[in-house]
Design a protein around this ligand. Structure first.
Ligand SMILES: [Zn+2]
Length: 250
């Protein structure tokens, strides 16, 4: 009897504690569920934004077989654009706020399709394509800035739906913004040398909804600008001016 009662008590206690366990784990489960589901529904502000840094793609135009504007037997536009791109990368890396990608970091040939592929795969938040100008006379000088503009979109209007339109307007506005910033910063470096902002659809950007700017930094055919474009000090100054523009953009 004692044994029986004892067993009975134990089993009832077991049952009771099992019930308690059920409620406790049940409550615990609901608590976990709330902790997991609330942030999913309402979102955790700042967390994803803090994790993802904006990607800046720097595109040193030409390369390898394609030397661009020829300067002498050994040097071409491709060498200047690469040197400035590498200096710009270094300048931007000092402040860890961005991911930086180059379409090329050495003297190699890249086809237009490959260049476009590299750019679009990265889905950049900003693209800077770097060129150097050459003119027929020594007199031609100054920098030119091209950006995708509203002017060239008249024939695309039919395809544009709302939503797509907002995205498009945003990247066009951003492109103009970076173009203006580059203009301002290069103007300090090459005073009164700006040849103006130009809205244009350039082959490397065609069809891409990326805030972008194409910079023709100066004329290698102009003796004064050639000095700046070829000297490490001049290249550093240019890279710093471009870095300042990118910093102001974000
Ligand atoms: Zn070029």
């Amino acid at each position: 009897m004692l044994t029986n009662t004892g067993t009975l008590l134990i089993s009832r206690r077991k049952y009771k504690s099992g019930e308690e366990m059920f409620y406790r784990t049940g409550k615990f489960f609901i608590l976990i569920l709330l902790l997991v589901i609330f942030p999913i529904i309402w979102g955790v502000p700042d967390l994803p934004a803090a994790e993802k840094k904006p990607l800046v793609v720097i595109d040193p135009a030409h390369g390898g077989q394609d030397s661009g504007v020829k300067i002498d037997d050994k040097t071409g536009e491709k060498d200047i654009t690469l040197a400035i791109a590498l200096l710009l990368q270094k300048e931007l890396a000092k402040n860890g706020n961005w991911e930086i990608m180059l379409t090329r970091d050495s003297d190699k040939t890249i086809s237009l399709e490959d260049r476009r592929k590299i750019i679009s795969q990265g889905k950049p938040d900003l693209l800077l394509s770097l060129h150097v100008n050459g003119g027929f006379s020594k007199g031609a000088s100054g920098f030119e800035i091209y950006y995708p503009g509203f002017l060239n979109l008249a024939d695309q209007k039919k395809q544009v739906k709302s939503g797509v339109k907002e995205t498009r307007d945003k990247y066009l506005k951003d492109s103009r913004k970076i173009a203006q910033l580059v203009q301002k910063n290069l103007d300090t470096l090459f005073p009164r040398k700006g040849r103006g902002l130009r809205e244009a659809e350039t082959p490397v950007l065609e069809g891409m909804d990326i805030p972008a700017v194409v910079v023709e930094i100066g004329f290698v055919t102009n003796p004064e600008e050639r000095k700046k474009l070829l000297s490490p000090a001049g290249q550093t100054e240019i890279a710093k001016a471009l870095a300042r523009s990118i910093k102001s953009f974000f």
